[in-house]
Design a protein around this ligand. Structure first.
Ligand code: FE
Length: 357
């Protein structure tokens, strides 16, 4: 269903206000071949109405011939900023960059953030942006979760389906994604709402059993028969199961890169306005799957790079897998039990079930 310009402009104004955009600041809107025209129009109108000077920088697409799908998160590698000094200079000189093209992580992006420029990614379709407009309460909740991750030395994930995974922590930062950029040098993604970190290099041990309903990204499919992934010394060593296991294995093998199998980010979803079932409603090319990544109480893990957390691994393959009904413990203390977030908001929601009378 379409949204009106006025609703999307209002949503942008909330995001830009939470991002502390001030009159006189410079906003650069990054656009590419797939930028949504309404999102661009409304972002420009909202930033202008708040008194910002708004530029637009159109960058050419890259990597399409190497990626195996049209999903912008499917292939990580060089970006349109690689070696593009003029573009880098323009972004460094901006107070806020609105990334409507999916720039993705790169040394150039780190370099830009280091100068204090904020970057906000927003590429989901307008109706998803309008449904998951971030709030100050989202931020507080995600920050409470990252505080707990920061203090922990181990994350243990289990599920009735047979998942038993131990991830030692401490080498990498805890990262909060709550959908706006209120600090200088901050990167975030609207919509989001989750807390994450990376396990210590080479330290993750155990097995993950993806039960029916786990979501494979970027394939954007719901697993229909269990997949077992054995993790030893920080790498997936086997992927077995039915058809979906074969699809995942063959896709990953096509990158011909052992680093594709490394454990990447781990964390849990905290966004009640994101839904597990949303992906079933959408054409695969119409969304990048942020509902799946953010829905409240998921355990989201990734296989692939760690350079966005300051590590050195830069594999082009990037798999994100949100799971339902997991229990997540930090140093023995549960933060999620069977998919229910163990904070006041999560417990209150679990006590008031939705649906049938
Ligand atoms: Fe990821």
């Amino acid at each position: 269903m379409s949204v009106s310009d006025i609703d999307l402009i209002r949503a942008w104004k909330q995001v830009l206000t939470l991002s502390k955009l001030e009159a006189g600041q410079t906003v650069t809107v990054l656009t590419g071949a797939d930028t949504n025209a309404q999102t661009l129009r409304c972002a420009t109108a909202a930033a202008s109405d708040l008194g910002a000077r708004v530029n637009r920088l159109e960058l050419p697409p890259v990597n399409a011939e190497k990626a195996l799908s049209r999903d912008a998160l499917a292939y990580l590698g060089t970006t349109p900023l690689t070696g593009n000094q003029a573009a880098i200079a323009a972004l460094k000189a901006s107070d806020l960059v609105l990334d409507l093209m999916t720039l993705l992580f790169s040394p150039e992006q780190h370099e830009i953030l280091k100068t204090g420029t904020k970057i906000l990614l927003a590429v989901e379709p307008p109706e998803i942006l309008c449904r998951i407009v971030p709030t100050e309460a989202d931020r507080e909740r995600v920050l409470r979760a990252t505080d707990r991750i920061r203090q922990a030395r181990e994350m243990v994930i289990s599920s009735e389906g047979g998942t038993e995974l131990r991830c030692p922590l401490g080498e990498f930062p805890a990262i909060a994604e709550y959908g706006f950029v209120d600090e200088p040098g901050r990167w975030d993604h609207w919509p989001s709402g989750f807390a994450l970190t990376w396990p210590n290099e080479g330290g993750t041990q155990g097995r993950i059993v993806l039960d029916r309903g786990a979501i494979l990204l970027p394939m954007k499919c719901y697993v229909s028969e269990p997949i077992e992934i054995v993790i030893r010394d920080g790498y997936a060593r086997s992927i077995t199961g039915g058809l979906h296991a074969e699809l995942l294995s063959e896709y990953m093998a096509s990158f011909d890169d052992p680093e594709a199998y490394a454990m990447s980010h781990i964390g849990w979803g905290l966004q009640p306005r994101a839904h597990w079932s949303t992906l079933a409603q959408y054409n695969r090319e119409a969304t990048i799957g942020m509902d799946a990544r953010a829905f409240e109480g998921n355990f989201l893990f990734s296989l692939g790079p760690n350079n966005e957390a300051g590590g050195t691994r830069t594999t082009a393959c990037h798999i994100d897998i949100p799971m339902r009904h997991c229990t997540v413990k930090l140093d023995g203390e549960a933060t999620v039990i069977n998919g229910v977030v163990q904070d006041p908001e999560g417990r209150a929601r679990a006590a008031a079930p939705r649906g049938l009378a």
